[in-house]
Design a protein around this ligand. Structure first.
Ligand code: 13P
Length: 253
């Protein structure tokens, strides 16, 4: 069965020194938590990846980046390649976060290229999908999520699907303090799993972990994470403090 997977998206917060301290604190506070129980990852800004890697190397905490450029190398000023992420110790990369779709013009096509590149170079993508408030109110949540999932996974063969995590992040719940209810989130997660079953098959769909993201906090994590199709959380604000991140990782305590 799927183990839970909790990842912290630090977004554009924490310089190198602050990142090092936060990573130390998270490593120490979670040293008894193994991946068979809950898998844990932190995703600092690019500038802190190597420093955080030095801190968490050999521990149960995995490292993730927040973006990737889908080419091995080349004249792409300002971009970071899959090999560079690997050389910093990244096991994961967040792809297609709504902030990147909103502010940096990412589309289902660019997300798809990045997901393919990440898999090709041995980095596990965390592919973000989710509707805006306007889309939810118009009743097109499932259509939007379907387009994100189908578009992002285009051309990914069944045997590679196990490397993919999908993060359902309703845009209206990100950084707003408004969480989707556990039932609202479960409905969309079940819809995504059914869609994966149709695109691939049921066995493949059962392996994929689907995280929920959007104002996950210590006091709502338990209810969300006990839903059958919610396999983890992608945590923003509450991942920037070791104690609140710990409380989410230990949601069942
Ligand atoms: P918050 O937990 O701050 O709402 O952010 C969620 C998010 O965007 C994680 O990727």
């Amino acid at each position: 069965m799927r183990n839970k997977f909790i990842a912290g998206n630090w977004k554009m917060y924490r310089d190198v020194e602050e990142s090092t301290q936060l990573a130390e604190a998270i490593k120490n506070i979670l040293k008894d938590v193994g991946p068979s129980e809950v898998e844990v990852a932190v995703c600092p800004p690019f500038t802190s990846l190597c420093a955080v890697n030095s801190v968490i190397k050999g521990s149960n905490i995995k490292l993730g980046a927040q973006n990737i450029y889908p080419k091995q190398e080349g004249a792409f000023t300002g971009e970071i390649s899959p090999l560079m992420l690997r050389s910093c110790g990244c096991a994961y990369v967040i792809i297609g976060h709504s902030e990147r779709r909103q502010y940096f013009g990412e589309t289902n096509e660019s997300v798809n290229e990045k997901v393919k590149a990440a898999i090709e170079y041995g980095i596990n993508p965390i592919m973000c999908v989710g509707e805006t408030l306007e889309e939810r109110e118009k009743g097109v949540t499932n259509d939007v999520v379907k387009a994100h999932v189908e578009g992002g996974l285009k051309g990914i063969p069944k045997e590679k699907l196990q490397h993919v995590t999908i993060a359902y992040e309703p845009v209206w719940a990100i950084g707003t303090g408004k969480t989707a209810t556990p039932e609202q989130a479960q409905d969309v997660h079940a819809f995504i799993r059914k869609l994966l079953g149709a695109l691939y098959d049921d066995a493949a769909a059962q392996i994929v972990r689907i995280q929920y993201g959007g104002s996950v906090k210590p006091d709502n994590a338990k209810e969300l994470l006990n839903k059958p199709d919610i396999d983890g959380a992608l945590v923003g604000g509450a991942s920037l403090k070791a104690d609140s991140f710990e409380a989410i990782v230990r949601f069942n305590k």
